[in-house]
Design a protein around this ligand. Sequence first.
Ligand code: FAD
Length: 481
Amino acid sequence: MTTDREPPVILWFRRDLRLADNPALQAAHATGRPIVPVYILDEGSAVRPIGGASRWWLDKSLKALAASIMERGGSLVLRRGDSEAELRRLIDQTGATCVMMNRLFEPDGWARDTDIAHALKADGVEVKGFNGTLLTRPGSVLNGSGGPYKVYTPFMKALRAQLEPPAHTTGPCDLSGAPEVDSDDIDAWGLHPTRPDWSGGFLGEPGEAGATRALSAFLQSGLKSYDDDRNRPDREGTSRLSPHLHFGEISPWRAWTAAYDAAGSDGSSAGQADKFTNELIWRDFSAHLFHHFPTLPTDAFRPEYDRMPWINDAAQIEAWTKGQTGYPIVDAGMRELWTTGFMHNRVRMIVASFLIKHLLIDWRKGEAWFWDCLMDADLAQNAQNWQWVAGSGADASPYFRIFNPITQGQKFDPDGVYVTRWVPELKRLSPAFVHSPWTAPPEILRAAGVTLGRTYPKPLVDHAEARQRALAALKTINSQG
Ligand code: FAD
């Protein structure tokens, strides 16, 4: 079917689920032609199906996007199936002669989109791709020899030197005028979990308005003490923007510019904005690395680490996933993850280190669990961070720096507020013992109602012994090959 008006432009939404600061939408609007916005749930071509918690977020985010488009007179078309086939069907139905999209930079998404663009172009359809998800496009921040950076700090400096965040735009006010076509019922996609519905405690407000609110709340209360508080799981010291950024409900430039605007000319706040934007740059760093090194989620970046003598004890993996390791800060983090779909960054590092080093379990098993449980699960971020903890990454924490889960808890949750929120069976223990209940005298345990091995597990491994075993494992990989 064609219309008697100018042929429409298809705007292919993917992980840019917003109307503001959306380069592909701006370009589509600039043509002056009607815009057909579409989201295609293409699970067949994905290297990895979307994890459970992310599916929950996607469901709500798409509903929010559809409502925003409707407020502006348009209608979000939902399709499920092969991306190219669905785009072709939509082209046939609408007479569109152009497809615009913000590119995905993960290697498989990049390759798939490139193939689709070539195929459509061969049939006379114009295809235009933009960067709507990262501060900088992979390939645009390169070292002196023209290769990708493998170390964060020079990458960060090079990115800062060249970044010019675009001016904020709110997106077109009028999205009416597109031809009407069939659209799926999103509820039939089954993105919201059932049997069981474990999403009751999920936190966050998916969608563009929720992203803007999260940013404003952070700028008002968190930014001024970000550097001190960002490591404190017992405080609300970080932005909680990660799922919003993953799904593109807010642009990273908006977060960047708003942080510096909020900091104003005050020297100390500008320092806080630098710390915050350095984290946004870590996000770009992971994405660039993955774009250039497609095996990041599957292979150790430093190949010798794939010789690690993993133990992979199934019962210990299960205890870790259930928050039953006997190390309170680890258990708190794992329970927070399961209940809310989120875990604080400091605690992510602690639980990952515990799995890899204390239990000698392959980081890929932890990465896979996070993938299913995190609302912000992101292949590049998850893989890069797991490899950072494992010591096998490009710019990793040295393997021999083994986090002590007791002192980490004491340092970053000194009053046990975070631990007892998620491990309430320890709530009557004093801060002196809450991170290591097995060190408490029997009468203190009795008074707190704690019986180790019954009301709360005994430690799965002894910290000092596990540390020695981990260091011995490191020696074996270094002595081989
Ligand atoms: P803030 O401190 O407010 O930071 C602002 C933004 O910067 C974040 O929203 C995020 O986009 C980015 N950022 C912050 N820390 C990092 C980091 N270490 N690496 C990359 N970007 C960062 N983040 C994900 O988005 N998806 C993942 O799948 C993911 N998996 C992780 C796995 C492990 C083992 C670890 C240690 C970290 C992982 N992270 C992941 C990074 C980090 O934990 C989260 O981005 C952060 O906790 C999000 O909270 P926030 O938005 O309040 O962060």
